[in-house]
Design a protein around this ligand. Structure first.
Ligand code: CU
Length: 606
């Protein structure tokens, strides 16, 4: 054993342990027929094919073929007492982040609010001509209203915006271009593009949309194009081409469901719209939902009422399409589940606005499997009440609930008691055990705030402006500070357990149904199928507590090969089956090992 003899003592001991365990595993079938090592108790694992016939230790490889996968990786309780950590990332984002989205490739968060206030913290430079707002009065706007925020350095690059994006919607094309729809007044019928590059600027087409889209929701369809649903007093939807060649759209489809769910104070704006795994759209407004076929434009299913209150603007609840678990078996139906948490009583907006009475926010969540033929809401309670919260799906498949208030509603000055304590929701645990509270921040994030999952697994939290304009001498000043929240999996004591994707060897262009390899560097001596997950996260457009197109896929695994090189392991995963399950475009790919995610790497599926 010249290799062993040459190695230092400590390494030699470790190598001997590995060799002994290799021997043990190889012999288990013959010597210990009744003993199954713990990793084989996992029914997911079919066989252990043993080693390659190669004398070099570094290439002694374990193959684990996976019969069924998707579980694992996020099951280990990693919190170990660490409740997460808040850090100030910047004290001035230039504009208050009413809308946020992480742009692929350039790794910058685009943040913007609205042109209506004609002010921000970023005045135009002296040589930059102001924008004339009113030709008759000569009124001008000399401020930037959008920025690209560098997630590593916190530097900002101001971007000129000419149409009003106030309470607008957005999503990413297959190429990573942001498509922004709607806004206020002159912005309400505007279609905007911002390409994914460091020097790109907004392109704005102010008459492109069929209807006024103020507080509408944009959702990606299986071919990468978009639907835009609703908007204030607009009981209709329209389709937007995906690639930006067409700047004129003329057809709106009548959608009485939005008229049926509107109340005196609406409570059905920014509806939750999720592409279900069958290609239909789950559309939730106020307290109920329908399933819309975007090809036939027919409602194919009506869901039961979610009791307890109102869940959409201004009664903003937080909601996600829960992680979609994929399997290798192609013909299997892929279930989809939705959760909606918090919100407000239907009269909360009116009580706050007209009587200065701030009603307690809702404390309950409804969870429903939307692909069931007879779906039912299952109710559970959060640790605290919350309106205007954000829900962020973490790379592990757990869900972070943060921001918002304990009393009141969306709107200027209509909320009290900011909810400073995030809650972690672990969907795979038993009901009653799923929620836990994490470390609190001290910066209120209420109306017009936003949250963004970053590739390093932290959450960028920004914005909050419950005022008409930029105001500082008020109870809740316009917020320009930016924080980063580290969830429990970033516990410093777990740092050496963090797997690392070998980026140079990753094919970043994925094809539907095709298998692909992810190689990781890991401190673990062996990689077990039961403790590893490969997940893909679609970066959402976040505003007003709604994260449009947020999606996490837990991929089916084909094979896990330990020690392809010493300390390196390989995972063969299967790409999602179709655009219905995973619309084409950019995703952050993560490997989660024993509950600790790697940094995410951008991949694209087409
Ligand atoms: Cu708003």
């Amino acid at each position: 054993m010249p290799f062993l003899a040459m190695a230092p003592k400590k390494t030699r001991n470790s190598l001997l342990i590995i060799l002994l365990s290799l021997l043990f595993v190889t012999c288990r079938a013959t010597i210990f027929p009744f003993f199954r090592p713990p990793w084989l108790l996992n029914p997911m694992i079919d066989s252990n094919e043993g080693m390659h016939d190669d004398n070099s230790l570094s290439s002694q490889i374990f193959h684990q073929e996976v019969l069924d996968s998707g579980a694992g990786g996020g099951d280990v309780d990693i919190a170990a007492g660490f409740k997460g950590e808040w850090k100030l990332d910047s004290d001035n984002s230039g504009v208050s982040a009413m809308h946020s989205i992480l742009l692929p490739k350039i790794n910058k968060v685009l943040m913007y609010d609205a042109t209506i206030w004609r002010i921000s913290k970023l005045p135009y430079p002296a040589d930059h001509p102001c924008r004339i707002i009113n030709k008759k009065t000569g009124e001008k706007d000399c401020y930037f209203h959008s920025v690209l925020y560098d997630i590593k350095t916190a530097e900002i690059r101001p971007l000129e915006l000419n149409t009003d994006t106030w309470c607008s919607s957005g999503g990413l094309t297959v190429d990573g271009t942001l498509v922004s729809t709607g806004g206020f007044e002159g912005g309400a019928r505007t279609l905007r593009y911002l390409r994914d590059c460091n020097t790109c600027d907004w392109e704005e087409y102010p008459t492109a949309l069929a209807s006024l889209r103020w507080y509408s929701t944009q959702a990606t369809l299986p071919d990468g194009s978009f639907i835009v649903v609703g908007g204030r007093r607009e009981f209709n939807y329209e389709y937007i081409p995906g690639h930006g060649q067409q700047h004129q759209n003329t057809k709106a489809y009548n959608f009485p469901f939005l008229r049926e769910t509107t109340q005196m104070d609406e409570n059905n704006l920014y509806p939750f719209v999720y592409l279900s795994t069958d290609g239909n759209l789950f559309i939730f407004a106020n307290n109920r939902a329908v399933l819309l076929n975007p090809k036939s434009n027919q409602i194919v299913l009506r869901y039961p009422v979610l009791p307890g209150g109102s869940r959409n603007y201004p009664a903003n609840a937080a909601s996600v399409l829960l992680p979609i678990k994929l399997h290798r078996n192609k013909n299997r139906k892929i279930p989809a589940e939705v959760i909606i948490c918090g919100g407000a009583k239907p009269e909360a907006y009116g009580e706050a606005e007209r009587k200065h009475n701030f009603m307690p926010a809702l404390k309950d969540c409804g969870r429903m499997r939307i692909t069931d033929p007879k779906p039912v809401w299952k109710i559970e309670q959060m640790p605290s009440a919350r309106v205007m919260g954000d829900m962020v799906i973490l790379p592990t498949g757990d869900v972070l609930l943060l921001n918002g208030a304990k009393k009141g509603s969306s709107g200027w000055g209509l909320a009290k008691e900011p909810n400073l304590t995030p809650a972690l929701y672990r969907p795979k645990l038993k009901k009653g055990q799923r929620f836990s509270e994490l470390a609190s921040t001290n910066i209120p994030r209420m109306y017009h705030s936003s949250s963004t999952l970053l590739p390093d697994g932290k959450i960028l939290v920004a914005g909050s402006n419950t005022n008409n304009g930029y105001q500082y001498n008020v109870e809740f000043p316009t917020e320009l500070r930016v924080e980063k929240f580290s969830p429990p999996y970033l516990n410093p004591s777990l740092a050496d357990k963090r797997p690392e994707i070998v980026v140079d060897e990753l094919k970043t262009e994925l094809k539907y149904e095709k298998k692909f390899a992810v190689k990781i560097k890991s401190s673990a001596m062996r990689l077990e199928t039961g403790e590893v997950q490969v997940t893909m996260y679609a970066p959402p457009f976040t505003t007003h507590g709604i994260s449009m197109n947020q999606r996490l896929l837990v991929l089916g695994l084909i094979e896990v090969i330990s020690n392809v090189n010493f300390g390196y392991h390989s995972i063969i995963a299967e790409a999602p089956p179709s655009g219905k399950v995973a619309p084409p475009g950019y995703y952050l790919l993560f490997v989660v090992q024993q509950g600790v995610p790697s940094e995410g790497v951008w991949v694209r599926i087409t």
